[in-house]
Ligand binder design. Structure first.
Ligand code: GLA
Length: 444
């Protein structure tokens, strides 16, 4: 035992000393070269996007508000009514945020005598139909949460496994427009692809179009099969108001880019902008990358007390337009300089290294959106090469900066360079692209 302990300690120390010395001698850029995914943006329309759940919803990623990230299990109807009023007062539905969603903790621990789900009498005394009516009267939609198991995840309330058709009918009778369907406490040996299609069929037979948001955390790789059954599917762990978690979710969600499209989207979880534990630069990056990835844009903060700066991020109409673009192709990471994500999260000493990334995706109207994301700890110069997205260097294009709301005076050739603060993200649209071949829209 003792021998093993000293041997392992010796190995760890030797690796740490080697890494430290190598960093000093070689410098980060030599240790970790520029990496390209060799993605030709012009051929980016994927075949996988052919499977579509036939409820006609989710032609663009869903936008709305949910109380979960801020309130978790302390949610009640007063909070929901208050945030609905705030949504309207802040004019957010006209920016597209029109689904109001109540996550876990709305339902009672037990079903009623007939076996129907019902709301918690103490926290939601008016009932869920009253809330849905309130949303509808103000031109918004209303969404609820349930679970493909015996109990809901954090609040342990009654859930829907084995009651799918009854519950879907209940939701429809209350006027529900959206269902988030979680993954806790299910029967053993029943993987997601056995449980989630049942609720899909039940919702489609409920007589009401209900947006179906699967939430099985990417366990069974839903991107590959869920397009036929749902309008969105979570691809990873729960979001946190912490920078490393935002990086992790972006990287996980990026893997499934080719499976997203109108009718069915990858979901890296809700937005944390406004919850206070990240900087404005970090929230700008979170919002930018989620938008480029065509993720659902679900505001996850308290709206009655939101600050002006956070609201400005949510109200950037140019970034929202990227997310809601009619082409519906998920943008992705196209090049990277710096250490791999694994090394970033494992070794704090690599904080001294530069880590910059370029993300990009095609937009309607023969345009391209590009993001320069600085994930490192220092201000950095980021080079955006046409080469990285399969454009010839001789191509020229007009550039618009979507955070500064400025058109650049000169057309750019070959690419361009921008300086970006640590953890911030610049977003640019290339348009009037010379020599562009018009196959962005092919196959659609
Ligand atoms: C899971 C989900 C979260 C949230 C909670 C509620 O953790 O992934 O998004 O819905 O359950 O309990």
């Amino acid at each position: 035992m003792e021998y093993l302990f000293w041997r392992n300690l010796g190995i760890v120390a030797a690796v740490a000393i080697f890494a430290w010395k190598a960093r000093g001698r070689l410098g980060c850029s030599q240790l970790f070269d520029r990496t390209h995914t060799k993605w030709d943006i012009r051929k980016a329309v994927p075949l996988e996007r052919r499977m579509v759940y036939d409820n006609g919803l989710g032609q663009t990623p869903l936008m709305g508000w949910s109380g979960w990230n801020f309130y978790e299990c302390t949610i009640n109807e007063k909070i929901v009514y208050g945030n609905m009023d705030a949504l309207v007062r802040l004019d957010l539905p006209s920016y597209g945020y029109n689904y109001v969603i109540v996550d876990d903790c709305w339902s009672a621990y037990k079903r009623d005598k007939e076996g129907n789900l019902r709301s918690d009498k103490k926290t939601f005394p008016s009932g869920m139909k009253a809330l849905a009516d309130y949303a509808h009267e103000r031109g918004m939609k209303f969404g609820l949460y349930s679970d493909a198991g015996r109990m809901t995840c954090k609040c342990h309330r009654a859930a829907s496994e084995g009651h799918e058709f009854r519950d879907a009918r209940t939701f429809a009778s209350w006027g529900i427009d959206y269902l988030k369907y979680d993954n806790c406490f299910h029967k053993k040996n029943r993987p997601s692809h056995a449980r989630y299609p049942v609720m899909s069929e039940a919702l489609n037979k409920s007589g009401r179009p209900i947006f179906y948001a699967m939430c099985e955390w990417g366990e069974d790789h839903p991107a590959v099969w869920a397009g036929k059954y749902a309008n969105s599917w979570r691809t990873s762990l729960d979001v946190k108001d912490r920078w490393p978690r935002i990086e992790l979710l972006a990287d996980d969600n990026n893997l499934w880019a080719s499976y997203a499209g109108p009718g069915g989207w990858n979901d890296p979880d809700m937005l944390q902008v406004g919850n206070g534990r990240m900087s404005l630069a970090e929230y700008r990056s979170h919002f930018s990358i989620w938008s480029i990835m065509k993720a659902p844009l679900i505001i996850g903060c308290e709206l009655r007390t939101i600050t002006k700066e956070h609201l400005e991020i949510y109200k950037n109409t140019e970034i929202i337009a990227v997310n809601q673009d009619s082409l519906g192709i998920q943008g992705r990471k196209v090049s990277r300089i710096g250490q791999s994500e694994v090394i970033t999260s494992c070794l704090t000493l690599t904080k001294l290294c530069v880590t910059t990334q370029v993300w990009a995706g095609p937009l309607s109207g023969d345009r391209i959106v590009m993001a320069a994301w600085n994930r490192g700890w220092k201000r950095a110069l980021i080079t955006i090469n046409w080469y990285d997205i399969g454009l010839e260097p001789s191509v020229t294009a007009s550039v618009r900066d979507l955070w500064k709301h400025e058109d650049w005076t000169q057309r750019q050739k070959d690419g361009f360079e921008v300086e970006i603060d640590s953890h911030d993200c610049g977003v640019y649209i290339l348009s009037n692209i010379s020599m562009v071949e018009l196959y962005f829209n092919s196959g659609r």
